[in-house]
Unconditional design. Structure first.
Lengths: 132, 290
């Protein structure tokens, strides 16, 4: 099993980044080897469709599980159709998240979070989708 | 991407774009009244939330669908080589475990996927994203575009709309802001009228809109709407930036009530006078500059 965690940094002591499409790094834990691999999130700098690019990366890396804060409406069905289970976790390190996952203490995600959540957070918008 | 100076407008069109930066300053108010005074065609380019027809009530309306060519991938020919996924600049194609799939709302219809496909697996189908409407209202030719609810891309509908407007004088009622929708309208504009309101937010967004029009090297002027004596900061800003103030429309509660009933604001005498002066100054200023 390969488990992909959206992360603020490149190792197990980095904090989880809750934004699947816009996080800086993915830390991938391979259950077979017990090793951690780090990848830059290819979707981070995409002008649009960041969640799509991140989901494509997850498919290409052949992961079975994603651990993140929330996943947007483009990425969610892509991950689900490609046999990836999504778990929600925030405010802990990557290492702790993996421990919680192994103990079965994380919640499975089956609905999409809001679109562009990562962009809104980065631009300081706590209550997005305001009027014109 | 806009190329400043590469205009898309027809050779015999005189297109005046009404834009603002901040929303709610009075673009549509200015546009529908100016169009009537000047006898121009009224074009509502705010395809996400068009509102000009509420005032002009054109009838009858002819409609025409706007479509984008999206790829259909034939599973018999596709070997999932992934070249189309790599070629797509908009991340609309995904290489899934068992197939290549399309996220249709991200597709810009550029056709790059078909160009790179080595297996003739890609053909195109037309996906409707909105429609155009045309009618006669208050003796004016009225055109507008309407983007389907949920569609993220307004520019293809705006482009289809502006490809269909008549020769002669056209008032282009722009979307709010300074995003790619407004840029798309400016690619067709001969001149720009910036509608400003005397508030701090208004000034800030006006500065952004002015900067945008400068990218297009077209003559511009400002209309101050909802004008009161106030702190004069807006007038100072215009003087600083060497922006011609084409007219001011006074703040008037009576005018707002008239407007809220969908009536012609020129029923209020001071508003009628303000629009008359605006139209005169506009003709002088832009005819000289064009």
């Amino acid at each position: 099993m390969r488990v992909m965690v959206s992360s603020n940094g490149p190792d197990k002591d980095s904090l989880i980044d809750p934004r699947f499409g816009r996080c800086g790094h993915f830390v991938i834990y391979d259950c077979r080897t017990g090793k951690l691999e780090v990848r830059p999130n290819l979707g981070q700098t995409a002008s649009g469709g960041a969640g799509v690019v991140a989901a494509q990366q997850a498919i290409d890396e052949q992961v079975d599980v994603v651990i993140t804060g929330s996943v947007g409406p483009n990425a969610l069905p892509l991950l689900q159709r490609n046999d990836v289970a999504i778990y929600s976790c925030e405010n802990v390190t990557v290492g702790t998240a993996l421990e919680l996952w192994k103990k079965g203490e994380l919640e499975l995600v089956d609905t999409a979070g809001p679109d562009h959540a990562g962009v809104d957070i980065a631009q300081g918008r706590r209550f997005p989708k305001g009027g014109r | 991407m806009p190329r400043a100076g590469a205009s898309l407008r027809g050779a015999d069109e005189l297109n005046i774009a009404i834009l603002s930066g901040k929303g709610g300053t009075g673009k549509t108010t200015v546009a529908v009244h100016l169009a009537q005074i000047l006898g121009a065609a009224y074009i509502d380019c705010d395809v996400e939330a068009p509102n000009g027809f509420i005032f002009l009530q054109p009838k009858p309306l002819t409609e025409e669908s706007t479509t984008i060519d999206c790829p259909y991938i034939n599973p018999d020919n596709c070997n999932q080589c992934g070249l189309c996924v790599e070629a797509c600049q908009f991340h609309a194609l995904i290489s899934e475990k068992r197939q290549i799939s399309l996220l249709d709302r991200l597709c810009h219809g550029c056709g790059a996927c078909q160009l790179v496909c080595p297996n003739q697996a890609i053909s195109f189908y037309k996906r409707a994203i909105g429609h155009l409407e045309y009618g006669i209202g208050r003796n004016l030719s009225c055109y507008r575009g309407v983007l389907n609810v949920g569609e993220p891309m307004a520019t293809p509908v705006i482009q289809a709309l502006l490809g269909k407007i008549p020769d002669g004088l056209n008032i282009l009622d722009c979307p709010p802001g300074t995003s790619c929708s407004v840029v798309k309208v400016l690619q067709y504009a001969s001149a720009a009228v910036l509608v400003a309101e005397p508030s701090a937010f208004g000034r800030y967004d006006l500065a952004a809109a002015v900067k945008l029009t400068q990218q297009f090297s077209i003559p511009r002027g400002v209309v101050i709407n909802k004008h009161t004596k106030g702190d004069g900061k807006l007038e100072d800003f215009c003087q600083q930036e060497e922006l011609e103030i084409l007219g001011t429309i006074p703040f008037s509660r009576h005018a707002a009530e008239t407007y809220s009933r969908g009536q012609d604001m020129r029923l209020v005498p001071e508003i009628a006078a303000a629009f008359h002066h605006l139209a005169t100054n506009l003709k002088e200023h832009f005819l000289w500059n064009l």
